[in-house]
Ligand binder design. Structure first.
Ligand code: ACO
Length: 308
């Protein structure tokens, strides 16, 4: 079974309720029909015919949550009239297990309310993302699967943030992708000091911090992509590393490299790519505006599994 089939089967085994704020959007409506019919999740479509019965309750709760940030009662009431905010409040208040949006909204428009309302899970320093990259070459990663981070959220992570992204991506690999032993490579244009630059130093510092955060995690760097993935290159450039040559979790140094990296794998390498957010207190996930009905079904399935 491929990654997505496994995730769909897991979602069906313990069905969760997922709210879809873009409930009037045709692909979302079609996806909701499939989700309900196949028992992957219980979808809630926020559309023109949905009864927004809890608007006043949610507005009061949102005001409470954000008043210290200057949000007035009137502004809170105005915000929950927007299905994106109403949906976030449903998740916050426990009336839905997760949220999927982005067929219409941009990534930032979906992420901002998620960060403000759902916030980080206890113990998590920041929200980031993992891109699940399914490659045709089964020699790479775990049977062709690579978990890559952060390709969606943090434009310019500090060394400490990079370390937290690495630990969170390893957890996503374990919990969502059944990777028994995450082997995490922090990527750079340098391998073990082959180049000197402030950008390289930042990755080296992130490795040190990550070792402190998760001492038993197999994690190493800084290393180049070829040293991370190819055993023959690892034997030359990165001898003795527990990760090099067989990494299955790749940590990019910033959002430019991460976003370009996964799109290169997808568009030139023909890999299947699935994005998930990690570190939120409850799962919310973003779609691409070019998404298909199938993409929405898959993203809801991943969100449902994260909620389990
Ligand atoms: N983790 C946790 N909280 C965060 C994070 C984070 N990574 N980033 C911001 N926040 C919080 C802030 O602390 C703040 O909380 P507060 O209001 O309670 O104090 C709130 O979120 C808003 O913070 P801002 O700094 O005002 O955030 P901003 O609105 O500028 O942007 C965003 C945050 C949307 C995540 C921004 O970093 C962004 O646009 N990232 C890139 C998204 C993107 O375009 N990705 C690429 C395309 S997606 C694709 O290709 C699949």
């Amino acid at each position: 079974m491929g990654l997505i089939d496994t995730i769909r089967a897991k979602a069906k085994a313990n069905r969760k309720t997922i709210v879809l704020p873009e409930g009037d959007e045709p692909r979302t409506i079609a996806a909701a029909e499939i989700l309900a019919r196949e028992g992957i999740a219980t979808p809630i479509l926020l559309n023109g015919s949905y009864a927004y019965a809890k608007a006043a309750e949610y507005a009061a709760a949102l005001h409470d949550l954000r008043k210290a940030k200057g949000l007035t009662e009137a502004q809170a009431a105005e915000l929950v009239a927007d299905p994106m905010y109403y949906g976030m409040m449903m998740v916050k208040m426990g009336d839905a297990d997760g949220l999927v949006s982005g067929a219409v909204h941009s990534t930032g428009d979906m992420l901002r309310p998620a960060l403000q309302i759902i916030k980080t899970r206890p113990g998590m320093k920041l929200v980031s993302s993992s891109m699940l990259v399914e490659c045709a070459n089964r020699q790479i990663g775990q049977n062709g699967l690579l978990v890559c981070a952060d390709c969606v959220v943090n434009p310019c992570p500090t060394a400490e943030e990079l370390a937290h992204i690495a630990v969170a991506a390893a957890e996503t690999a374990r919990t969502l992708c059944d990777v028994d032993e995450p082997r995490v490579a922090l990527l750079s244009f340098s391998t073990k000091g082959s180049a000197r630059h402030d950008l390289v130093t930042k990755v080296q510092q992130a490795v040190e911090i990550a070792h402190g955060l998760a001492p038993s995690l197999l994690l190493d760097g800084e290393m180049q992509m070829d040293a991370a993935l190819v055993p023959e290159v690892a034997a030359i450039k990165c001898k003795g590393s527990p990760v090099a040559g067989r990494a299955n979790v790749l940590i990019f140094p910033d959002l430019q490299s991460g976003n370009i990296g996964y799109k290169t794998a997808q568009r030139i390498g023909g890999a299947n790519c699935f994005a998930v957010l990690q570190g939120l207190a409850s799962p919310c996930n973003d779609l691409s505006r070019g998404c298909s009905v199938e993409d929405i079904v898959n993203t809801v399935a991943m969100t449902a599994v994260q909620a389990q």
